[in-house]
Design a protein around this ligand. Structure first.
Ligand SMILES: Cc1ncc(COP(=O)(O)O)c(C=O)c1O
Length: 394
């Protein structure tokens, strides 16, 4: 058999330190490696596999669409694209969509839309206020929006027009707002930044401020959207409506699809002002449609809410037992466990050996972002493995 890991080391740019496992197959919340070893997957492709691996409705939709029509240029109408747009609009507070291929591309498009709005309606205002600890993507503009030094430093100078301020502070947003500001962009819960949950009124305060100033409120729901935190979209839990929202990850259950949506008044692109070759092609939209339909029809967000509470109760027991667990954070199935010390990567490796995939979102913090279709028994299994691993540190 080929040594895939050795070959990878020779061929790839060194952008990621992979875990020593080559995965070949997946089903539901389980994956298998080249040796046939089974893992319970609580990483879910980084919060992507909303319906788990190879869910029958997604596989069927992809197979049928692959036999029918995979890609045409966006100069033509295609049916899965319009069907998915309708489902998104019917189930959200937004009116218009633009499909693309990744979270970064969705945010890039959302920010271009806000700039366009600024040019047309706010005397050329172009600055977007974003927050420290956020993660919005890896393109130059989304890196400038991402308020984390480690992502920005290697690429300075970054594009102009992005002001990073403290998260969870409306005062910081107010202080940064000037006549040049066209929008504010935040995540309802910061995912990659460590699963940071702001106080309950934060989004409402931003909404009120954006209304007062006539600027756009952009929500990056790439990680929190599509049921992940126990509602179809995160904003529903906070009593606000954004002007623009971005989605990706869970929307395709593994197939790369992203979208940004806008209220009618913020939807200001003219023909030719934005575009994407693959964006929303029939193949990915068929997967998105099957995924979203399943999530809505089966009240997956409601189930996620209950599963999240069940999981948190189990994590609380671990916290009571192990003094080095200091905090449990998150909502629904976007949860994190913070330790006193930087042991998260050691815990990840130990869990891997025991057949559980988890993610070290920070050196001292584990993150759990499993498929949304897990059941309580899966959570019990994950908690048992975690307990066994953590007990070695007593
Ligand atoms: C909130 C948020 N925005 C944007 C992105 C970037 O998405 P992508 O990696 O698909 O470009 C991520 C990815 O983790 C994310 O969590």
């Amino acid at each position: 058999m080929e040594n895939w890991q050795e070959l990878e080391g020779k061929l790839f740019m060194r952008t990621i330190k992979r875990l020593p496992v080559t995965l070949v197959r997946g089903k539901g919340a389980r994956v298998w490696d080249t040796e046939g070893k089974e893992y319970l997957d609580f990483v879910g492709g980084w919060a992507v596999n909303s319906l788990g691996h190879c869910h029958p409705v997604v596989v069927k939709a992809l197979a049928e669409q692959a036999k029918t029509l995979i890609q045409v240029s966006n100069q033509f109408y295609t049916i899965p694209q319009v069907q998915l747009a309708k489902l998104l609009v019917d189930n959200s507070c937004l009116n218009r969509v633009f499909f693309c291929n990744s979270g970064a591309e969705a945010n890039e498009g959302a920010m271009k839309l806000a700039r366009r709005y600024g040019k047309l309606h706010l005397n050329g205002a172009y600055e977007i206020i974003t927050t420290y600890g956020s993660f919005h993507g890896r393109t130059l503009a989304t890196v400038a929006a991402t308020g984390q030094d480690k992502f920005q430093q290697p690429y300075i100078p970054l594009p102009d027009g992005f002001i990073n301020v403290d998260y969870d502070s409306i005062e910081a947003i107010k202080a940064a707002t000037t006549g040049r500001t066209c929008g504010v962009m935040v995540e309802p819960i910061q995912g990659e930044g460590g699963v940071n949950v702001p106080h309950d009124k934060y989004l409402k305060e931003i909404r009120a401020w954006c209304n007062q100033k006539g600027i756009l409120f952009i929500l990056d729901e790439i990680q929190t959207g599509i049921g992940r935190i126990g509602s179809l979209f995160g904003y529903e839990q906070y009593g606000v409506e954004p002007d623009i929202m971005t989605l990706a990850k869970g929307l395709g259950s593994g197939v790369p699809i992203a979208v940004f949506l806008a209220k009618e008044r913020a939807s200001v692109f003219a023909p030719g002002e934005h575009g994407s070759t693959y964006g929303g092609n029939p193949l990915v939209c068929a997967a998105g449609l099957a995924t979203l339909k399943f999530i809505i029809d089966n009240d997956i967000p409601g189930k996620v809410k209950k599963l999240g509470q069940y999981f948190i109760a189990g994590l609380e027991k671990l916290k009571a037992k192990f003094g080095f667990i200091v905090e449990i954070r998150g909502r629904g199935l976007l949860l994190a466990l913070k330790f006193t010390d930087d042991i998260a990567q050691d815990v990840v490796l130990a869990c891997l050996k025991e057949g559980l995939l988890v993610n070290a979102v920070k050196p001292n913090t584990l993150r759990f972002i499993p498929p949304l279709i897990i059941v309580e028994k899966d959570i019990d299994e994950a908690l048992n493995i975690l307990e066994k691993v953590l007990a070695r540190r007593l």
